[in-house]
Design a protein around this ligand. Structure first.
Ligand SMILES: Cc1ncc(COP(=O)(O)O)c(C=O)c1O
Length: 398
């Protein structure tokens, strides 16, 4: 049976990493996969993570299974980070949280839950979105459709187009929104736009799903929660898929959480019972280590303070690179306007480079960019900036 199978296409983004590794060019630069790199081009283990791991190693008593929905202290810490301590949603028991293997795991559990409760619902994703989104929800058996989001003419949001599309979405359908640091465009809704989106979503009875994979990478941990909290203020029911891959640098530990907000404590608990059924038949219960790190850091005031400084350092480095990139392109005589890159947030931007230019950068200069033109700004450093901008200038001159 296996002899007759033709190979599935490689993952567009992770496949790029393999090609990068095999490239002998000593100057090669990887702006493809979405991982943070520091000024020396490495993806570091955060100091607070190391410290928490030492404590865990000393204190760990058992490797017994976690509950299906994971560790309760971790769930509480996630809720406080999303909504803020003392928020009515948290204190009133309207939120339930299941620990999950990464943000991807949280999205898939949300998809399975929706497929179980309302199998005819469609999941509406932004055009464009993270390429894994449609795959995840289709794998859960749901239909996926898009709403307009990015406007290439302004390198901003097609807000009128987005709202017009939202006004046609039937009640009960899922509206997927990026909490901050939109991947792949780097273009986020402004606070006033969140307000409007929340009012329209609530008015139409849509079910928002906030993908919250980059909290702390745009403007700050609290500031970046504005969108999620605005949606929660208007919509009585929603999901938040958190990931700690980026803001804790815990990529390979697979740590995230699905939070579901219901109208009251009883409804939240009933929903959680179905979330647990979805998890049980999928991965049974979550891996412990990554979430134990997050729980330890968030639960210790001194570690938390130090972690916030580490998140600030990552965010500020990315924003510094955004400005340096624009300046260096100018110095290289590039006349095309790239100033929008400095206005965008998070690790990603749509560079506007076309597939031919992306191919030329890779073949002639060893610069790896996703075919859509998405660049990972966190792959830029002060030492590779000259080479990178010279390569882009050369390709644009062609
Ligand atoms: C928009 C978005 N959502 C979710 C994820 C998933 O993160 P994780 O690695 O925690 O599964 C990513 C990771 O790249 C992402 O960019």
């Amino acid at each position: 049976m296996f002899d007759s199978i033709s190979p599935a296409p490689p993952d567009a983004i992770l496949g790029l990493t393999t090609a990068f590794k095999n490239d002998p060019n000593p100057h090669k630069i990887n702006l493809g996969v979405g991982i943070y790199k520091d000024a020396s081009g490495v993806t570091p283990v955060l100091n607070t993570v190391k410290e928490a791991e030492k404590r865990l190693l000393d204190d760990e008593q058992t490797k017994s299974y976690l509950p299906i929905d994971g560790n309760a202290a971790y769930a509480a810490a996630c809720q406080r980070l999303i909504f803020g301590a003392g928020h009515e949603i948290v204190t009133g028991g309207r939120a339930v949280t299941a620990q999950s293997p990464g943000g991807t795991g949280a999205l898939r559990v949300a998809g399975d839950f929706v497929a179980r409760i309302t199998p005819d619902a469609t999941v509406w994703v932004s055009d464009p979105t993270w390429p894994n989104h449609p795959n995840i929800f289709q794998a859960a058996g749901l239909k996926v459709a898009t709403y307009p989001y990015f406007d290439p003419a302004s390198n901003g949001i097609d807000f009128d187009g987005m709202l017009a599309a939202m006004r046609t979405i039937p009640a009960g359908d899922v509206l997927l929104l990026h909490g901050c640091c939109h991947n792949p465009t780097g273009v986020d809704l402004a606070p006033a736009q969140w307000q409007t989106v929340a009012e329209v979503a609530a008015g139409r009875g849509l079910l928002p799903l906030l993908d919250f994979a980059y909290q702390g990478f745009a403007d700050g941990l609290e500031e970046d929660a504005t969108g999620v909290r605005t949606m929660a203020a208007h919509c009585p029911e929603l999901f938040v898929a958190s990931s700690y891959s980026k803001n804790f640098g815990l990529y390979n530990e697979r740590v995230g959480a699905l939070t579901l907000v219901a109208q009251n404590r009883q409804a939240a608990q009933a929903a959680l019972s179905h979330v647990k059924r979805c998890i049980r038949v999928n991965y049974s219960n979550p891996p412990a280590h990554g979430a134990a790190i997050v729980r330890t850091v968030l639960g210790d005031p001194e570690l938390r303070r130090r972690w916030e400084s580490e998140v600030t350092a990552m965010r500020e480095r990315i924003n510094t690179m955004r400005h340096l990139f624009v300046e260096t392109l100018n110095e290289k005589g590039v006349t095309r306007d790239f100033a929008f890159i400095a206005r965008q947030r998070g690790m990603f931007s749509y560079s506007g480079l076309n597939p031919e230019q992306v191919k030329a950068l890779r073949q002639r200069h060893g610069v790896y960019i996703v075919g859509s033109g998405r660049i990972n700004v966190a792959g830029m450093t002060e030492s590779n900036m000259e080479y990178l901008c010279e390569a882009i200038a050369e390709v644009l001159r062609d």
